[in-house]
Design a protein around this ligand. Sequence first.
Ligand code: SAM
Length: 243
Amino acid sequence: MRAMNIILIQPYEWQGDCSAGTVSLHDHRHRHIRQVIQPASGDRLRVGLLNGPLGDARVLHCDARETRLEVNLHSTPPRPLPVTLLLALPRPKVLRRTLQSITALGVKEIYLLNSFRVEKSYWQTPFLQPEAVRETLLRGLEQARDTRLPQVHLRPRFKPFVEDELPALLQGKVGWTAHPVADAQPCPSAVPEPGVLAVGPEGGFIPYEVEQLAAAGLPAITLGPRILRVETALPALLARLYH
Ligand code: SAM
């Protein structure tokens, strides 16, 4: 069952001025409202305009064909996490779960990065198609009652990314590479500046990659000796860095 804590309205569906209008839904959102919420006319639902404000909606009607809502947009979505994430491309199933949960946590800039221990075949997965990525991100937003869609960038070549692009991304930010080795610095907590965080693949970054990232301004940090799965390490790192 899809967790839909907010009904997201696409800008092209919006018939109204900047804060009030009506919308008709016919797709999975309509089915969710009709089958799961089962509202009576006049009931109120939480809504948000994609990349816009949050609000609430009154159900005008909900029948077999459509749900029609009278929408009022009035508040700002939750604050994004001030972090750019460089994530070594995980296996497809983990990719979907991870994209969804980091979206729910408020990450807005995600670079999916190659690394020596990323299997080549992962780059061919249909889950990396723009529509599939977008669908996954929308689920994360619906889960967290957020409206701002993250940007996902694919970087299938590690070295050119680190040498040519990373320095500009790091401007005005602090950088870290999550790497669970004994001589890494303990993960800092409650950091006041925006940051860039690199997280490794299932087998970890190889020493050459850790050196390259450190040379670019992302020294190794650790949460301690426990080796965590990416899905577990990410929320722990983000909560510690930016709680
Ligand atoms: N054997 C690999 C290693 O020792 O690096 C394990 C990789 S772990 C499954 C996948 C990624 O999660 C790591 O590359 C790192 O970015 C992050 N991670 C896992 N446990 C961590 C910890 N205790 N501290 C910091 N990062 C961690």
